[in-house]
Design a protein around this ligand. Structure first.
Ligand SMILES: [Zn+2]
Length: 102
């Protein structure tokens, strides 16, 4: 998958980066995270390609939720992220860049 360097969600721009490892405040490993204040989406570079794709979409849904106040739960964000990642993996003709490893 070719990650974009930046995405725009509504009026907000987010810089997308892959970090060597990501942990939450309690020291637990995370797949990725989003920082609304700084406009940053970080993906954990230690996860495999399929999880990285799903994590990217998971964080995009957090950005959409934040912008449009959809009020998605964490579980719904997971479900939508996995659904969109699977959709692009299953339909590579629609978005080749999202369907192939780097
Ligand atoms: Zn989340």
């Amino acid at each position: 998958m070719q990650l974009p360097e930046r995405i725009r969600v509504g009026p907000y721009e987010y810089k997308v980066s892959v970090q060597p490892n990501i942990h939450d405040r309690d020291g637990n490993r995370e797949y990725g995270n989003i920082n609304y204040l700084d406009g940053q989406i970080a993906l954990n570079g230690t996860v495999d390609e399929s999880r990285a794709v799903a994590t990217f979409w998971h964080e995009v849904f957090h950005a959409l939720d934040h912008c449009y106040s959809v009020k998605l739960s964490e579980q719904q964000t997971d479900q939508l992220g996995n659904a969109l990642a699977s959709f692009f993996l299953d339909n590579p003709e629609l978005a080749p860049a999202w369907s192939q490893p780097n």
